[in-house]
Design a protein around this ligand. Structure first.
Ligand code: SF4
Length: 165
């Protein structure tokens, strides 16, 4: 018996396939390594075409790369807690949210060695087409910009006071 898919199901399957191909391209990218910005590119992708909320952070850290899951560090725990305070269920961040970032590879430690290095404008520019492709494909209803760098990438320089509010 032939299963007749509804329009929504077909669109969903097409979306997942398009996203799978996009993820393949991201995972194969080595631009920042080839241009000497990072020693080794290990891009990270997380999310489904059906996700309606997208989180855009700065870049994955070493914990996320090691676990193969974005926002695996303390920032992810805080974000999940905020979502729960806003009424979303436990696990929502990793199970129902598309997790993206300005760059997809761990930029490594900052020169002082006391935190993550901010990706350079050149690295952000190299990775930006992937982010724009995800936004165009998912057309999320809600986009959460996490951290000063992600906010500034879309709204320009914002004062620390405004960011803290
Ligand atoms: S950060 Fe982005 S552009 Fe740079 S190597 Fe990783 S996936 Fe490619």
């Amino acid at each position: 018996m032939t299963k007749i898919s509804s329009e929504g199901e077909e669109e969903g399957e097409e979306g997942e396939e398009a996203l799978r191909l996009l993820h393949q391209r991201i995972l194969a990218c080595r631009l920042c390594e080839q241009q000497g910005y990072i020693p080794a590119a290990r891009p990270l992708v997380n999310g489904r075409a059906s996700d309606r909320m997208m989180v855009i952070g700065q870049a994955p850290g070493h914990r996320s790369i090691a676990k193969g899951r974005s926002f695996s560090g303390p920032g992810g725990s805080i974000l999940q807690k905020w979502l729960e305070q806003a009424g979303f269920p436990r696990g929502y961040l990793h199970e129902h949210t598309y997790l993206s970032s300005l760059t997809r590879c761990d930029p490594g430690r900052n020169p002082r060695g006391d935190g993550d290095r901010r990706p350079s404008p050149q690295e952000v520019a190299l990775c930006r087409p992937f982010l724009e492709a995800e936004l165009a494909l998912l057309r999320p209803r809600v986009v959460l910009l996490v951290g000063a760098m992600a906010i500034e990438a879309y709204f320009g320089k914002v004062s620390r006071l405004i960011l803290a509010r």
